[in-house]
Each structure stands twice: as structure tokens, then as C-alpha cells.
Design a protein around this ligand. Structure first.
Ligand SMILES: O=C(O)CCC(=O)C(=O)O
Length: 357
């Protein structure tokens, strides 16, 4: 059933009060700040998704990055893209992957894409220590795509600032200290950015419902900020009714959704909602999800004792199992993310120092 038919639509919230009002005392909050925070929380409680508007600098930065990425994915040959394959130095978890390489819930997706992470200098401590998922982003030659590395860095800065602002809003609406979530992201967030291309010609199996652009899943982290082009195809499961609703493109917005780790961190208040992508438009679709996630060594709070699945979430069993298996009952973002990544690209699995989950 479409969202129009079900009468449920993911809400649109103008988050400019959160961007412009950085006062740290609730007595000096602008009059629009609290209603904005409440509207955000309300959307994340009912849908786990919200469209955010009032973020022109983030939209401009995503436009600057999506244009060259789209050209690279849709116009270049496979051998050209293979020069920056994820299979080169796979531990770094960066570069291009082809259609069918990424699995969602064990099923190969009908999409190709690019993975980017925080940019690390070859001489940095993390690289010297050989930490997984650290490295330099693989980009096409500068003479073909001038300024792409700069556009990438600008987008990371903009998206991380927006992620922090939204979590501040969630904390305020929950009646917590506005910096409640901040320590998880210190010293620096371990964000990941993906650019996906859902080719036009792969629509047949998707129309039949036997394959997906991205199969049903929840996101594992804290917050996802998604730029989608104007093609459409994102579907979100509405918790109260269990129906799939469309999340169509809306100009000058980003789609923001809750991941499993934020669902746990809010005691189940914000919901990590199953979603999926089906491109049956006959046109290529491009999207760019940005995962605003804790620092690599951040300690993650355990799920509350005897947590119901409504708290640990759709895919939160990994989170709960890792906690149960750890000696002191605490796990790091590193434990969690490396457990997750080995499931989506089994052939690129990075080593973990935790027991199998
Ligand atoms: O491409 C999209 O619109 C959504 C992608 C997605 O679901 C994800 O990366 O988790």
C-alpha cells in the first residue's frame, strides 16, 4: 500500500532552530527551538524517520559530491571503477563495489556503490597500528574528477555537524542534558558515507518482488542522513500499522533515520525502523546515505537488563550478544561495527577481537 493510500507520511521538520541556536542554557533557548525538538522526537518515535529541512549548507555540500559520484558510477566503465575497488586493501573498507557484491540480510542487493570513510593520513597512529576500517579514501584520478576529495571532506564536516545538532535536539526533547550523546562521538565520530547507484535496467526482478535494490533491514548505528535524487523507491515500515509506506524525494530535504544503536541509547523511545529500496522507475537512481556514528573506541551502553526486542531492535541481537559475550559487559563501537561489516561483505570481512555472533 502506498503512503497516500495508508494516510501515513513521514513528517517534515525544519531543524534550522537547532542549527542557529547553540545556547547551552534552556532558559535562553529561542522560542522555536523546543517545538522543533519535540517535532523531531515525535517523528522518530512514530516512524523512526523524518525529513529535515532548513539545512541549505548540507544540501549544497551533498550536491557538490553527488554530481561527480553519479558521473563515476553511471558513465564510467567497469575497468575504470575497478581501479578503486574495495577489494584493493579490503581492510580499509573504502572504494567501489559492483552490483551483487553487498548483501543485506544475506541477499545480494541490486545496486553498486562507493564507500568513503573518515580520511586518515598514512602516518597516523591508527594506520600504524593496523586498525581495521582506517585508511585513505579511494578516489578516481584528480584530473578526471577535480576537487572530489575536497567535496568529500566538506560533506563530512557538514553532515557531522547536522548529526550532532539532531542528537542535541533528541536529547532536549527527551529531557536529558543537551550534550547527553556527545561523549559517544569523542574524540571524533567514526562516520561512513556511501553513494549508491540502482541501475535502471535491473527493475524486472524488483517489480516481481523477488529481489531488491536494498532488501529490508535496519541501520545498525546512531543516525543516518540520506540524500536521495528525484527518482524515489525508498520504503519505510510504519510501526503502528505494519504497512510499507513510501518516503518519496522532497526537494531541499534530507531523510534522517534512527539506527539500532540509537534505539538502544534512547531505551527504545526512538525506533530503528525496517526500510528497503525498490527501483522500478525505469530510471537510474542515486542515493547517498551518511552514517553518523560513534568514535571507533567509544564504549556503548549495554541494553537495559531483560530488554525487550522493542528496545534492542530489529537487528539489535548482535548488540545484545556482543555485550553478553564481553568479559566486563561493555563493548566498543569497534567491536560492534566490525561484527556488522563482516555480514554485509563476507568476502571483505575485517578481523575482530570478539567471539563470533
Ligand atoms: O538508498 C536509499 O535510499 C537507502 C539506502 C539504505 O537503506 C541504507 O543505506 O541503509
Amino acid at each position: 500500500m502506498s503512503s497516500a493510500a495508508s494516510g501515513h507520511n513521514v513528517p517534515v521538520v525544519d531543524v534550522s532552530p537547532l542549527i542557529h541556536d547553540s545556547s547551552s542554557s534552556s532558559s535562553s533557548f529561542s522560542p522555536t527551538l523546543r517545538p522543533c525538538c519535540d517535532a523531531l522526537l515525535h517523528a522518530l518515535e512514530e516512524f523512526g524517520f523524518v525529513y529535515v529541512t532548513g539545512v541549505p549548507s548540507v544540501i549544497a555540500a551533498s550536491d557538490a559530491l553527488i554530481a561527480p559520484s553519479q558521473h563515476l558510477l553511471t558513465k564510467q566503465s567497469r575497468p575504470y571503477k575497478e581501479q578503486i575497488s574495495m577489494k584493493i586493501r579490503p581492510r580499509e573498507w573504502r572504494g567501489w563495489f559492483g552490483v551483487g557484491d553487498e548483501l543485506t540480510n544475506g541477499v545480494a542487493d541490486l545496486k553498486e556503490g562507493l564507500y568513503f570513510g573518515v580520511e586518515h593520513d598514512a602516518s597516523c597512529e591508527q594506520i600504524k597500528k593496523g586498525l581495521p576500517m582506517h585508511g585513505q579514501n579511494k578516489l578516481p584520478p584528480e584530473h578526471d574528477y577535480p576537487n572530489m576529495r575536497k567535496a568529500l571532506a566538506t560533506y563530512f564536516t557538514e553532515a557531522e555537524a547536522l548529526g550532532a545538532a539532531i542528537l542535541r535536539g533528541v536529547a532536549i526533547a527527551l529531557g536529558l542534558d543537551e550534550t547527553h550523546f556527545t561523549p559517544l562521538f569523542e574524540p571524533t565520530p567514526f562516520s561512513l558515507l556511501r553513494v549508491f547507484h540502482y541501475p535502471a535496467e535491473l527493475q524486472e526482478e524488483q517489480a516481481a518482488g523477488s529481489r531488491w535494490g536494498v532488501a529490508e533491514h535496519t541501520d545498525y548505528g546512531m543516525l543516518t542522513l540520506l540524500h536521495q535524487d528525484d527518482v524515489g523507491g525508498l520504503e519505510v515500515k510504519h510501526r503502528a500499522t505494519g504497512t510499507w509506506i513510501d518516503a518519496p524525494p522532497i526537494k531541499d530535504t534530507l531523510v534522517v533515520n534512527v539506527g539500532d544503536a540509537l534505539q538502544v541509547a534512547t531505551g527504545g523511545r526512538c525506533i530503528s525502523t525496517p526500510h528497503r529500496v525498490r527501483n522500478v522507475s525505469g530510471t537510474s537512481r542515486i542515493s547517498m546515505p551518511f552514517f553518523y556514528d560513534p568514535s571507533f573506541e567509544a564504549r556503548l551502553p549495554p541494553p537495559p537488563p531483560h530488554a525487550a526486542s522493542s528496545i534492542i531492535g530489529f537487528d539489535g541481537s548482535i548488540y545484545a550478544k556482543l555485550h553478553a559475550a564481553s568479559e566486563d559487559g561493555s563493548i566498543t563501537w569497534r567491536d560492534y561495527i566490525t561484527a556488522k561489516t563482516s555480514k554485509v561483505f563476507p568476502h571483505l570481512a575485517v578481523e575482530r577481537d570478539t567471539t563470533d555472533v
